[in-house]
Write a new protein. Sequence first.
Lengths: 327, 290
Amino acid sequence: MNVLRWWGGLLLAFSLLVLLRVFLPLPFANEIVIFSIYAMGCNFLLGRIGFISFGQPAYLAVGAYAAAFYLYYFGANAYIGLLIGVAAGLLVSFVVGPLFVRLRSDYFALVNLALAVIIYYLMQKVLADITHGDNGLWFLTNLSATPVLDLSSPNEFFIFALALAFVVWAFYKYLDDTVYGACCLATKANEDKLRFLGYSNFRIRLLAFVIANTTTALAGALYAVYLGFVSPEITSPMRAADPVVVTLLGGAGTLYGPLVGSIAYTGMKDLVSKAVGNWELIIGFGLVFIMLAGEKGIWGTLEPILKKMLSRARIFAVTGRDGADNP
Amino acid sequence: MIDPHLLASGIIFGLSMGSIFFLMTIGLSLCFGLMRVISLDQLLYYAIGAYVTYSLSMVTGSLWLGVLGGAAVGGIAGFAVERLVYLRIYQRDITFSMITSFGMLIGGVGIIKYFWGLVPRPVPVPITVQIDILGTAVPAYRLVVIAIALLAYAGIWLFLNRTIVGKAIRAGIEDVEHVEGLGINVSRLFTVTFIIAGSLSALAGGLHAPLIMVDPQMGLEVLAFAFMVVIIGGLGSIKGTLVSGFLVGQVVSLGSLVYAPLAQMAPFAIMLLILLLKPTGLYGSPLLKR
């Protein structure tokens, strides 16, 4: 029963996603799934250890470019491309992590954004010989059909991405239940007390940083394989706020927040960019409005209401009366 | 070995870049020091200042009028934003101000696109005279920019050390509660600081306009350099901002003389090095959040 309850929410959420696939065009569904993986890393950093990262595009680009380099220059197997993307993300976050997590959370945000901009210049100008600068790398035709699920066809890619998102989700949910998850929350709430208990704040944060940014790199590699194309645009400072917006829109630190947020954000962006050309205006001031209106986000607001409704229904089922007036 | 003439003009170029960086980031630094907010919208006032300068100098024919007008508009924009938005987020976590101001920066790009369109605009240089320094011809306008930045630094220093409002601001950077306890209206102090910050950022934009093309994304383009300057100098320190502004300017300028792509990468390497040695920047105080 407990096992069922643990998996129940996840299964429900993902069956809703499958249902969504029936009604929505495929590119939109793919975008949502990849974006929710992307936002999960940011959600973990912000919601669990309280570090806001404005530089998530940097790690997205690391994953995307690592996969792209392999697929453009060396091989044709999309699975290996994904693995290389993840490995690159792991490597980069292990190298920069120890430097970054020592910083205060405001400097952390600034340094991450600086890193994103640097990678942007690196890919656009400095390494233009191998990245082809603004033209980007096109390798869609290089991709060969892969066994089991053919990642070069958008339809099967969606199934693969959905399964992957499910695994990542279950992993984060599992993480919440472990001692480590509790430590993460503790380092956010009071780092001095945690140090007093004998834990190292530095190690907890470093591990969280590595986990979150490897997830982000995975999303980057998925983008690369799905689009068959990578350009420096992926890490442009204009997009630095995207994952943060999605995280806050969905509700920081909530489990389903990234999913709800990415559906809302992708839909909004789609509608806005169809209606008006000037999307910066809408997104920018929309962000300001969201920040001023509240900090709980869509899922953070909905969750208590849903739970209340659910528990009422349960009491009703047991006693035959509405639980609201007679608790 | 680098040609000495090239070196001299490189140093002047770096100093003028540094002056722009200093004026651009002083607002960010002041706002952090006093209000503990990260005000990325200063880069929006920088872009707006450049655009107002462009429009006014097209109409009146004088860049200096344009720069003054730009600074005024920047100050007004800073005032409006402080009253409308920042008033509501002073009490919240510092990252909130960062996200909100980033939203304003992006939204501001939309506003600029709406009024001025997407096309980059050139602004004519007001002083075309070349001055001879040690046998190297140097554009006089760059020297004027350096002079204005130094004057601005002197002005800020005098304001903070010689006037009662400035002293209150300095005291507020140390401890806001005590200043409030002395019966000083801290809220008004915040507004004054914001107006100063906004107009200085707009001044940077106006002065920078003739040296580059003004385009809607210019605020975002300098984002990385603005960050480097405040991180290296230490958030909240005015002296640190001046030093690191000139440092980053020189690194960009001399770095590009040695190897062109170095211009973008070298400041980042220096920033990492300084953060490793001193996580709060050169002159940053170890003061934590309020």
